[in-house]
Design a protein around this ligand. Structure first.
Ligand code: NOJ
Length: 759
């Protein structure tokens, strides 16, 4: 009865108070709000259980409930599941004076309960439609759990694999990452935010977080204006252009200013230049952290700087709720700032349809039906297969024969059902991934009966104490007891599959590494096994590029399998057996040495270039004495079970004026025996410019699928938009002159042509 009355009064309130169009509705509501209630909308609290960061305020649940009742909370994070969401929403809507519904945010980074591959892995599919679909399915599942906002996509470009959060991004390249940013925003938000299976997306971390010095998380960043515009900002701009509802700022300071207070970024660029209509949420406690940065001397000053800098919502610092009112009343902050932030937040709530029905995301039947459903699981498997990158396949060791083989499966991650879920799998059930052991055993039982499989862990995992919201294992560093029996098993087998790499939470937030080799005793295990059996297929699970030099020299087949999510084992098994022909391509260069960091293909030439392996005649060129400059595997690299031959490039013209376009065409032929997909990549180099340009930059790609002996010609249209950059004149422009164009199978392609852009 009480609920009915509340809903009726809610409807009445809606009728009485709100005008017809969105802006009018927002103004109507704003006019009824007290200053305290307005500031309440700018306050976001963590729920009453999981934490995804250090807790800056005491975990006082009672205070949070009281504030919810007073309308002093605009959003909660980490409250999930329809029952929990309903209860908290009920308090806000039915017990507070104005009944403004809450936003419920969660880190749906690569799925909610069902995990799809980590975003870095998905990016390796280069399949924009599949990536969009993956985000769509994640939104379906998350919204069925009552959520209406995800803190994704992370669109930070990073070129340093020491930084653990590379697992959350789309790799090193701004062109590809921008396309992926748009796809993921569109996937999460769908075409209509008021549809209850869509959720608000959040482009993060604005900005420069991927450039933390020395790859150490939360560290400081220094980024030139040239790099900022040409490399760091484009994926954010793409997200904004695709209608992303929210932005999150970053923990780092950028050129001396913590992003949380960076007016240049958040106001001048985002809100003014890009005309972003959504709101900016601070990262966890980042308003308070400005004190530790040495930028704000106290909490009140931190709040003042944050709002002036354009941060609209305070995640878990409690500074806005404590200090803003006083700042406004004392005239230190104009009420206009508060009103602007609140308008933006209310707008998101209206767009989600929460004022029409605050419980629209709460449907326990849908929760029951959608979470873990066939559709979601099939989607996770599809993108998992597409994310796998074949790094090496000497003498066609892969695919496996379907019968008559004695296989030894070895490694700490081979039977691990947790690591493949990867970091940010907070809502997944522990041990819910299909392991490689499970999938291969099932295959042996059902389809490959003639094969024989024996499994040995080799190096044990250690169970660690849960750290507050997830349990971790780690890879043993001193217990060699399993190695001997693994060696014996390998000796008796025809083929050895070794599953090595990083455990699930070894990459991600706060998981920077100074060494990028196999953790623990895994390298030793690999070398010991290699002494008795050379037919090794190495499956690498990791959240970032690892250093695989030894493996590349000594192991005939290497498969990069990342952390592929819930369906991991099935995806890997399909690839190993050749039921799926791998087509993934790396989106981060794989280093030979940590000393090469940061490492990326789109580097500048320098005044002393020189090519690796050639005698330069002197020591005075840009190089290392003890390592090559080149990566072990370049950006865009990945093999297939078939081979592709490329023709020369044909240009429809060798010159163009700024308002014309030309086509670059190339023919690709499948010269192998099986059908396969190839990501055909086009790179452009602006030879001379008002600011130095990278030696080549990705400017187009197409996925072609070819039957054996089939050929296809692909055409890339080149127009001015592809040639524009943030120039030495501090503006976006295409400068006339000579351009090189490269097309091929990875960023190292030598297939080249040239054209001129006339004035
Ligand atoms: C801190 C992380 O940097 C951010 O990406 C995440 O969304 C928040 N914590 C909330 O969990």
């Amino acid at each position: 009865m009480k609920k009915l009355i509340v809903i009726i009064s809610f409807i009445l309130l809606t009728k009485v108070c709100y005008g017809q169009n969105l802006d009018q509705k927002i103004e109507d509501l704003l006019s009824q709000m007290s200053l305290t209630e307005k500031i309440g909308q700018m306050n976001q609290y963590n729920g009453f259980w999981n934490f995804t960061g250090p807790q800056p305020i005491s975990g006082d649940s009672k205070k949070k409930y009281d504030q919810l009742r007073k309308g002093l909370v605009g959003s909660m994070l980490n409250v999930r599941g329809t029952e929990n969401v309903k209860e908290v929403q009920r308090i806000a809507v039915e017990e507070s004076r104005l009944g403004i519904p809450l936003l419920f945010g969660f880190d749906v980074i690569h799925g909610y309960k069902t995990q799809s591959p980590i975003p870095l892995a998905e990016s390796a599919s280069w399949d924009i439609d599949a990536i969009k679909r993956s985000a769509r399915l994640a939104a379906k599942e998350a919204s069925a759990a009552g959520l209406n906002w995800t803190f994704a996509p992370m669109v930070d470009i990073s070129r340093d694999s020491r930084w653990g959060r590379v697992m959350e991004g789309a790799g090193e390249d701004p062109f590809l990452a921008s396309m992926i940013a748009s796809a993921r925003v569109r996937g999460f938000q769908g075409s209509d935010l008021s549809d209850p299976n869509t959720i608000l997306a959040c482009a993060k971390h604005f900005a420069g977080y991927g450039y933390v010095e020395a790859g150490r998380d939360y560290n400081t960043t220094e980024i030139s204006i040239n790099t900022l515009h040409n490399v760091v900002l484009p994926p954010f701009k793409a997200a904004a252009n695709s209608g992303v509802g929210t932005f999150m700022n970053s923990f780092n300071d950028l050129n001396g200013i913590p992003s949380t207070a960076d007016k240049f970024l958040q106001r001048d660029i985002l809100k003014e230049l890009w005309k972003f209509k959504g709101f900016v949420v601070s990262d966890w406690g980042s308003i308070r952290e400005m004190i530790d940065h040495g930028f704000a001397s106290n909490r009140s000053e931190a709040g003042r700087l944050a709002i002036l800098g354009g941060s609209d919502m305070d995640m878990e610092s409690s500074i806005y709720i404590e200090k803003l009112e006083e700042l406004v009343n004392s005239g230190k902050i104009s009420i206009d700032y508060v009103d602007d932030s609140v308008r933006r937040i209310l707008r998101a709530k209206f767009l989600l349809g929460l004022f029409d029905d605050p419980y629209r995301y709460i449907d326990s039947d849908r929760e029951e039906k959608i979470i873990g459903s066939k559709e979601i699981l099939e989607g996770a498997l599809d993108i998992a297969k597409k994310s796998i990158v074949l790094l090496k396949n000497e003498n066609n060791l892969l695919p496996l024969k379907k019968k008559g083989q004695k296989i030894a499966l070895i490694g700490p991650l081979a039977a691990d059902k947790n690591s493949p879920l990867g970091n940010w799998s907070i809502a997944a059930d522990k041990d819910s991934a299909i392991s490689v052991l499970e999938a291969l055993s099932l295959g042996v039982m059902r389809r490959h009966k003639g094969n024989d499989l024996i499994y040995k862990q080799g190096v044990r995992l250690i169970n660690k104490v849960p750290d507050g919201f997830h349990e971790e294992v780690s890879i043993n560093e001193n217990d060699r007891t399993g190695i001997e029996e693994a060696v014996i098993a390998a000796k008796e087998a025809e083929i050895v599959i070794m599953v090595l790499g990083e455990y699930g939470y070894q990459s991600g937030e706060g998981r920077s590494r100074a060494n990028l080799d196999f953790p623990g005793l895994q390298q030793e295990l690999l070398e010991r096994v290699r002494e008795v059996n050379k037919n090794i297929i190495l499956v690498v699970m990791s959240g970032r590029p690892l250093i695989l030099n030894w493996a590349d020299e000594n192991i005939p087949a290497i498969v990069q399998a990342w952390h592929l999510g819930t369906q991991s084992g099935y995806a890997i098994s399909e690839v190993l057996y050749g039921d799926y022909n791998p087509s993934g391509k790396l989106t981060m260069s794989f280093p030979r040495s940590v000393g090469q960091m940061p490492l990326y293909y789109a580097r500048k030439s320098t005044g002393r270039p020189g090519a690796d392996g050639e005698d330069q005649g002197s020591v005075f060129w840009s190089h290392y004495q003890d390592e090559k400059n080149t990566p072990l595997y370049p950006f865009g690299y990945g093999l297939s079970y078939t081979k592709f031959r490329y023709s020369k490039i044909t240009l429809t013209d060798s010159k163009m004026s700024p308002d014309e376009s030309i086509n670059a065409e190339i023919t690709i032929t499948n010269t192998g025996k099986v059908k396969g997909k190839e990501v055909v990549q086009m790179y452009i180099h602006d030879r001379y410019a008002s600011a130095t340009r990278p030696i080549r930059e990705l400017k187009g790609f197409q996925i072609v699928e070819l039957e054996p002996r089939e050929s296809k010609t692909v055409a890339f249209k080149i127009d001015r938009s592809l040639l524009e950059f943030y120039s030495g004149n501090n503006r976006w422009e295409a400068e006339s002159g000579d351009f090189d164009i490269y097309i091929g199978t990875n960023s190292d392609t030598k297939i080249k042509a040239g054209f001129v852009l006339n004035d």
